[in-house]
Design a protein around this ligand. Structure first.
Ligand code: MF3
Ligand code: CO
Length: 250
């Protein structure tokens, strides 16, 4: 599949898909409380997404059973919500969601602290989010893809954390995952030349310890190999002539 350039009409739909997802994340952030289950969060999120007339894109994607990936503490991404996993004070909770609006996808993730969290956990959340902004400061027509990747790795590692290497960022549009694949790492070569109209989901995952990850028995939940905390931050962006527009923030 080749990297697609979205037309003005497609971009309008992606803006709307993004705006709705930004609202869903804001609303979910207000709902997270100690004592609720990760399945409660999924139910609320799915209701919100459908309330906006959208489809939750993760539900049944390659067999994934829920609308919101809820990944707690050492869980990196793709945590499966259950009614047994109860959120407690001090946890860090990553929520990843995607919506489809009139055939166009948006994809975004946030990590929230529940009540009082450790200073290290807060710093991990902040550094992971900040690395996204460092990365996308290179998202501009004429720049090259790997500039984004290198900036993310440099920022996370420069702050004493590690960045997950086994999972990638991706193009997005009429499909959740489109070309190009984007590493959160310095890699060989410059990567493709960025052009206005490309839409990308940039999603650094920062770990407090090793970058290495493992899969739980459910074959979905990705966890840190050493059990250290992990944070995730993601937005869908539109590359423009003089920078980028973040579609899933408001
Ligand atoms: N943001 C994640 C990704 O791009 C969401 C996919 S989760 C899945 O891979 F459940 F839908 F697979
Ligand atoms: Co994604």
């Amino acid at each position: 599949m080749k990297v697609t350039i979205k037309s003005a009409e497609e971009i309008e739909k992606m803006r709307r898909a993004g705006e709705i997802l930004a609202a869903v994340h804001q609303n979910l952030a207000r709902e997270i409380k100690p004592g609720m289950s990760t399945l409660d969060i999924d139910r609320l999120g799915e209701e919100m997404i459908r309330g906006y007339g959208c489809i939750p894109s993760f539900k049944n994607y390659c067999g994934y059973p829920a609308s919101i990936c809820v990944s707690v503490n050492e869980e990196v991404v793709h945590g499966i919500p259950t009614d047994e996993r109860i959120i407690k004070e001090g946890d860090i909770v990553s929520l990843d969601a995607g919506v489809i609006y009139e055939g166009y996808h948006s994809d975004a993730a946030r990590t929230w602290g529940v009540g009082e969290i450790s200073a290290e956990a807060q710093r991990l959340i902040d550094v992971t989010r900040e690395s996204f902004f460092k990365g996308i400061s290179f998202a501009k027509e004429g720049n090259h893809l790997h500039e984004i990747s290198a900036a993310i790795q440099d920022y996370v590692e420069g702050n004493g954390f590690s960045v997950v290497r086994d999972l990638v960022c991706h193009g997005i549009g009429t499909h959740l995952h489109e070309d190009p694949q984007i590493q959160n790492l310095r890699t060989k070569g410059r990567g493709i030349r960025l052009m206005a109209g490309m839409t990308l989901a940039i999603e650094p995952m920062g770990n407090a310890g090793t970058w290495e990850v493992a899969y739980e028995d459910d074959d979905w939940t990705v966890v840190t190999d050493d059990g250290s905390l992990s944070a995730h931050y993601e937005n869908t962006i539109l590359v423009t002539k003089d920078g980028c527009e973040i579609l899933t923030l408001r």
